[in-house]
Design a protein around this ligand. Structure first.
Ligand SMILES: C[S@@+](CC[C@H](N)C(=O)[O-])C[C@H]1O[C@@H](n2cnc3c(N)ncnc32)[C@H](O)[C@@H]1O
Ligand code: SF4
Length: 394
């Protein structure tokens, strides 16, 4: 067996490990987006790459990496040579080729040279933020790209023959009718991506859209959102995209392994400003500020924000909250065995209520949400948190 094949065989036999790299650069800020990002400068990019290397060096890499995900920000904004450098830094820590390696791209910066650099580096999956194909809606979101740029970028990505391609779309946008959303879905399905993420717009604090909402210039309509959710699920199901999470749909074999592993509470290491990690018994995030993250990394400090020791009960709580958002649901018996000290009496009472109300179905050992439950997944998550909090206090 070659060294690489041995590393891959080992990677498949041990607990999955993900790596998330947050590339914090965008050409401009979209009106809805609260992800940490800043405008790129030559010095900023150079320093970022050096500090990611420094951060990666400070970690004990004790087993091979299963999946890599570069998000942002806009990783695809880096020059081809910088993409290759970042890839070399990350690959050097992976202990062989990861099973899946995703890079997020924004349509305006997709060039053949960048795609070539990513393909050569071993990237297996491209995720492009389309959001909408209607010019007026792209304008309303403050997006920098046009519909034509999306179509050209998609052609280039397909020509580069990545094994898997995802497109991100958003719905319940200000001024978006059901017909406009249907038109976006119809058109995007004709492009035949392997995976689709469809996100209901959330008004994130301090974004331009949030300010508009606070001023009453735009409004939320919960009933309209629900109709769009249900329409999306029916439409994409009929088009051959199986739903595997509230917002995610895939052709067979194309579900995003990195996200699945995260939702199943496996470990991942986050690199870069604002990146979260779940590793070595701790969860935490890096500070969301490029200069401050850099200073801390150079002092040997990472995961400085929102640090939380991961007890089995904490992991069980999160496994339930995130697990129930997935169509596969969650194996309650497994979590009960792993976290016997979690407040199972309170959880069981909630589960019984959810089943009675038609929000969940229990088929031992798995608990899954029904379609109605999935529509209320955020509220279900909130109730699960309360059950854990009350049960612990009781
Ligand atoms: C981390 S963003 C980055 C993708 C890439 N920079 C781009 O915009 O093309 C990933 C996706 O999250 C979704 N997203 C970001 N903010 C959102 C919000 N406030 N509500 C719903 N979806 C959002 C968008 O679909 C976006 O493509
Ligand atoms: S949506 Fe993407 S391109 Fe827009 S600001 Fe957020 S990360 Fe940047």
């Amino acid at each position: 067996m070659s060294g690489l094949a041995a590393a891959q065989a080992k990677a498949e036999s041990v607990e999955p490990l993900g790596v998330y790299v947050h590339v914090p650069f965008c050409a401009s800020t979209c009106d809805f987006c609260a992800f940490y990002q800043t405008q790129p400068t030559a010095a900023g990019v150079k320093g970022f790459l050096a500090d990611v290397e420094c951060e990666a060096e400070s970690i004990a890499w004790t087993r091979p990496v299963t999946t890599v995900f570069w998000g942002g920000g806009t990783p695809g904004l880096l020059a081809p040579a910088d993409l290759a450098r970042l890839a070399a830094i990350v690959r050097g820590r992976c202990g062989g080729a990861p099973r899946e390696w995703t890079v997020e791209l924004a349509p305006a910066s997709v060039t053949a040279a960048r795609l070539e650099a990513l393909r050569t580096a071993g990237v297996t999956r491209i995720s492009m933020g389309v959001q909408s194909l209607r010019p007026e809606l792209l304008d309303a979101l403050g997006r920098q790209h046009t519909r034509e740029q999306v179509l050209r970028a998609y052609e280039r990505i397909r020509a580069a023959e990545f094994p898997s391609v995802n497109l991100d779309l958003m719905f319940a946008l200000p001024g978006q009718t059901e017909e406009a959303w249907r038109a976006d879905l119809e058109e995007v399905v004709t492009l035949a991506p392997n995976h689709l993420s469809t996100y209901c717009l959330t008004f994130e604090e301090d974004t331009k859209l949030w300010v508009k909402l606070a001023r009453g210039a735009v409004k939320r309509d919960a009933a309209h959102e629900q109709r769009l959710y249900e329409f999306t699920w029916d439409f994409l199901g009929a088009a051959g995209y199986a739903q595997y999470e509230v917002s995610n749909f895939a052709r067979p074999g194309h579900a995003c392994l990195h996200n699945l592993n995260t939702w199943r509470m496996h470990e991942w290491i986050g690199l870069g400003p604002s990146a979260a990690s779940q590793h070595d018994g701790w969860r935490g995030a890096n500070i969301a500020d490029l200069a401050e993250w850099s200073a801390r990394v150079r002092r040997g400090e990472r995961m400085t924000e929102d640090r939380l020791e991961l007890t089995p009960a904490q992991l069980a709580e999160d496994a339930l909250i995130f697990g129930l958002r997935m169509n596969e649901g969650v194996d309650l018996d497994r979590w009960r065995a792993r976290a016997p000290q979690a407040p199972w009496t309170a959880v069981e009472e909630l589960v019984a209520r959810m089943v009675e109300d038609g929000l969940a179905e229990w088929s031992a050992p798995r608990l899954r949400l029904t379609r109605r439950g999935r529509l209320l997944a955020d509220a279900v998550g909130g109730e699960m948190m309360s059950a854990f909090a009350e049960g612990v206090c009781a």
